[in-house]
Design a protein around this ligand. Structure first.
Ligand code: ADP
Ligand code: MG
Length: 565
């Protein structure tokens, strides 16, 4: 530390570029500080530093790190502490531009693997970004001294060095329980579990926090199971959705979309106090919706769409501007290509003509004049031939009763199992619509993305950069994916941008199908970690968090520069 402070004295008042000389490794009394990257001026992206706390200063029990989920939970709870310590700290470091700003990738409601905190048996690494202080464009060494000698040690004191073993164990216990529920779900072919007492609605359309005063969830008796979980004597009770076809019906504003959204997010584990800690969903469940205007490149949508005007090929369908129905068909087919085994659909965000085609319309518009085979006629084939389940919110058409295995009705936010009633209605009022399904479901694309899909160059520089949650700037083009609803954290978007840049750098496309590519990416994340995709893999790798394969595919599928075979 002395050495750092000395250098800061020497460069005080000099031009900002002189800060480059502080890059390096410094020993503090209870941690090591690495200044990995120094910003070029006070207005640029802040400098990247790491604090590495050795195990003899803050030991972690071996059992906290013994499984992937436990390690992620440990890192997550520490990251929340660091985030709080930075939020509460008032270090009043002054200067121009970003002088004195301290940024940290604080987790949201989900517990994701992220680079912000990395823990192993030897040490805990905290990745922080700081604005090195300046007056105008001149180095302010005095303020920089406050930053390194006061702010950073204070933050660590109020987080890593003050978090109790009990706090960490509390998170580990929750992670164990979530794991136990997932294991039970897997064993029993359940695609979702929603515990009694869960709080599903969110604070508002823009808040991911629980709604205060919400009606707590209560399972219908027919769907209720009880699961033994570790760290508590009472088993946990709640509703399960089994594999197959499940409809959620009910009046408008009775909570249908809310429960589906909670289930959509159940692919992730949520933090304590979220209300959805015990809402867990098949990690291979993918939300499907209409998304008109999107790019589609070489997707076989023929199971749903055929005989388009002007004989456009739907076995290798491309467009820069998909319609509601073709975009939804492409979203289904791409999810299947990437390996999805459950589809989640809400009527609110679906194209009506993709979902239904009733008896009267069949009479007026003949099948040979209608390119669309509606989802209702493919849903059982997916179940029977592909082993793909569907959970569908559908308040607007009873035609789906015919194909459903089970029907849940939401009434004033309370679910009821109405499968029996729906069956009775079917036999009393049979629907005369003709099924339009062909014999087989049809085939799923296995596309090879070509290397030239990745146009990362802007002038001489190659650059791919995330812009918030739903946009990536790749070279000179934007990739936008605002309808990819299960992408939840901008750090996941940053990771996907890193993956694209990595695929470009390593010439990794072309010789494997998209599905194989996603397998390889997942395997690399598992074996070598998220940072292995970045150019700073043994340093502060940037603020990145783990995305699922489906969201990586979603971004690649929306590249307007995509070339596929
Ligand atoms: P639907 O899809 O059936 O039309 P929504 O799911 O959109 O209904 O819910 C309508 C409103 O009710 C939303 O504002 C939502 O936040 C609220 N809501 C949903 N579930 C609950 C609940 N359990 N307790 C209180 N409010 C809820
Ligand atoms: Mg709705």
């Amino acid at each position: 530390m002395k050495q750092l402070l000395q250098t800061l004295k020497q460069i005080d008042g000099k031009g900002y570029k002189a800060y480059k000389s502080v890059q390096g490794h410094y020993r503090f009394s209870d941690f090591d500080l690495y200044i990995d990257y120094v910003q070029g001026d006070p207005f640029a992206t802040p400098s990247k530093i790491r604090a590495v706390i050795p195990a003899n200063k803050r030991a972690l029990e071996a059992s906290w790190l013994e499984s992937y989920r436990r390690r992620v939970a440990t890192e997550d709870v520490i990251a929340r502490k660091v985030g709080n310590a930075i939020g509460k700290g008032d270090f009043s470091i002054k200067g121009s531009g970003k002088s004195g700003s301290i940024q940290f990738d604080r987790p949201g409601q989900e517990v994701l693997e992220r680079s912000a905190v990395q823990a192993d048996s030897k040490s805990i690494t905290i990745c922080i970004s700081v604005g090195l202080p300046a007056n105008g464009r001149k180095i302010n060494g005095r303020e920089a001294e406050k930053l390194f000698a006061d702010a950073i040690p204070t933050i660590l004191r109020n987080s890593v060095f003050s978090i109790s073993d009990e706090e960490i164990e509390g998170t580990i216990k929750l992670a164990d329980q979530q794991e136990a529920i997932r294991a039970e779900m897997h064993k029993n072919n359940w695609i979702s579990f929603v515990a009694n007492g869960s709080v599903l609605p969110r604070g508002s359309g823009v808040s991911n926090r629980p709604l205060k005063g919400a009606v707590p969830f209560q399972s219908p008796i027919e769907n209720e199971v009880s699961i033994e979980i570790p760290h508590q004597t009472e088993p946990i009770k709640g509703m399960v959705i089994e594999k197959g076809i499940t409809l959620i019906v009910g009046g408008g504003y009775h909570g249908k979309s809310t429960i589906l959204e909670a289930i959509e997010r159940g692919i992730y584990c949520h933090t304590k106090g979220d209300g959805r800690e015990y809402v867990l969903t098949d990690p291979d469940a993918v939300k499907i919706r209409a998304e008109d205007g999107r790019q589609v490149t070489g997707v076989n949508i023929s199971p749903f769409i055929n005989n388009l005007p002007h004989k456009q090929d739907t076995t290798f369908f491309s467009t820069e501007n998909a319609s509601g129905s073709t975009s939804q068909a492409a979203n289904v087919m791409e999810a299947l290509e990437a390996g999805a085994d459950t589809l989640l659909i809400d009527e609110d965000t679906s194209a009506t003509n993709f979902m239904i085609r009733d008896q009267r319309m069949q009479q007026l518009v003949h099948k040979d004049k209608e390119p669309i085979t509606p989802f209702i006629d493919k849903i059982r084939q997916m179940r029977d031939q592909l082993d793909v389940s569907t959970l569908l919110v559908m308040g607007g058409s009873g035609d789906y009763f015919d194909v459903a295995d089970s029907v849940i009705m939401m009434e004033a936010y309370v679910p009821y199992n109405v499968t029996g009633e729906a069956r009775a209605i079917i036999s009393e009022n049979p629907v005369g619509r003709l099924s339009e399904q062909e014999n087989g479901f049809g085939s799923i694309s296995a596309r090879y993305f070509q290397q030239q899909s990745l146009q990362t160059h802007k002038g001489k520089k190659s650059k791919t950069q995330a812009k918030g949650l739903t946009k990536i700037l790749m070279g000179q083009t934007d990739i936008t994916f605002a309808a990819t609803e299960q992408l939840v954290d901008p750090s996941q978007t940053r990771m996907i941008a890193e993956i694209i840049q990595y695929l470009d750098r390593t010439n990794a496309l072309g010789n494997r199908t998209l599905n194989e590519l996603l397998n390889d990416i997942e395997q690399q994340m598992n074996q070598k970690g998220l940072a292995s995709f970045t150019t700073f893999k043994d340093q502060h790798p940037g603020d990145i968090a783990r995305p699922r394969r489906y969201e990586i595919a979603a971004v690649l599928n929306r590249m307007r520069t995509a070339k596929v075979k």
